[in-house]
Design a protein around this ligand. Structure first.
Ligand code: SAM
Length: 284
């Protein structure tokens, strides 16, 4: 007899997001405990900040539509949720999807409409892949789902977590510069691809997250650590990444993960990721 799936004790994000950390929460959450503020420079779908349970948080991502959606929901939840629900009710088809995507790319929506459309695109596009080209245009095709799920419960849970959160849309360095004693900085950058493998390093503005960006991240993190923050960085187990963290004094832990989303629908692979930690030098 098939075993009944236990309900998850964690809050699920309302967006599907490549590289989401929902399945790794049991490994990550204990590392955040005891800090006063969470700083997340690469927030993505929000698995971490939704579940961290810290009173205050500085939540950042350089995907402007992602942060616009979070901010619009925080300020005007009822309006955004109603607009998004209407889009789900009326427009599950390739033609309307492409028309809405085109209007979105032409910048013809207000920030409130844009937030609702972003939720609609996320659940109607192929595999929830939020990929933009070099011109900043969202270019993922229609997902052909029979009845896309409207994440009402997840949106309500998000609203319940928003109070102590400040959202920003900057390069990661700008928010890490604000970290000091009492802060835990959780960094989940686009992963460095494993040798000979295609990674997903191109998120919102078509720019690719390169090894030089991984190195610049470590440099900012070390400076924040010197000011008293705890630093956690997740990444692939690529040897160049392990070497970078090892050389800079991080404690490296390995975690076996199932990749739950890739650019090929339905594919799941197992991989060894790393969690690199620099504990705060200052007791608080
Ligand atoms: C691996 S995802 C984070 C996933 C997230 N932890 C989750 O659970 O959904 C990496 C994120 O980094 C963002 N990003 C890429 N380059 C960035 C940069 N230079 N500064 C800030 N955010 C960046 C992307 O938009 C993407 O959302």
């Amino acid at each position: 007899m098939a075993r009944k799936k236990e309900p998850s004790p964690y809050t699920k994000p309302f967006l599907k997001w490549a590289g989401g950390k929902f399945l790794q929460l049991p490994d990550i959450l204990p590392l955040l405990e005891g800090h006063q503020r969470l700083i997340e420079p690469f927030a993505g779908g929000g698995s971490i900040f939704l579940n961290a349970g810290l009173k205050t948080a500085l939540i950042n991502d350089n995907c402007s539509d992602l942060i616009n959606t979070y901010q619009q929901l925080k300020e005007n939840a009822h309006d955004i949720i109603t607009r998004a629900f209407r889009l789900f009710q009326l427009y599950n088809g390739q033609k309307p999807y492409l028309r809405i995507r085109q209007k979105f790319n032409e910048g013809r929506y207000t920030p409130a409409e844009r937030a609702a459309v972003f939720i609609y695109l996320n659940r109607h596009c192929f595999n929830g892949l939020m990929r933009f080209n070099g011109k900043g245009e969202f270019n993922v095709g229609f997902g052909k789902y029979e009845a896309p799920y409207f994440p009402l419960a997840e949106l309500e849970n998000f609203l319940g977590c928003c109070e102590g959160i400040t959202f920003s849309c900057e390069d990661y360095s700008t928010v890490i510069e604000q970290a000091g004693a009492g802060d835990v900085v959780f960094c989940d950058p686009p992963y460095e691809p494993m040798p000979d493998k295609e990674g997903f390093t191109q998120y919102s503005n078509g720019t690719i997250f390169k090894m030089a960006d991984q190195e610049r991240l470590v440099k900012c993190a070390l400076e924040a650590h010197q000011r008293g923050a705890t630093i956690i960085i997740t990444n692939s187990g690529a040897e160049s990444i392990r070497e970078l963290y090892r050389a800079n004094g991080f404690d490296i832990r390995e975690v076996l993960v199932k990749r739950s989303m890739s650019s090929k629908a339905g594919t799941k692979t197992r991989a060894k990721d790393v969690i690199a930690v620099l504990e705060s030098l200052i007791p608080f």
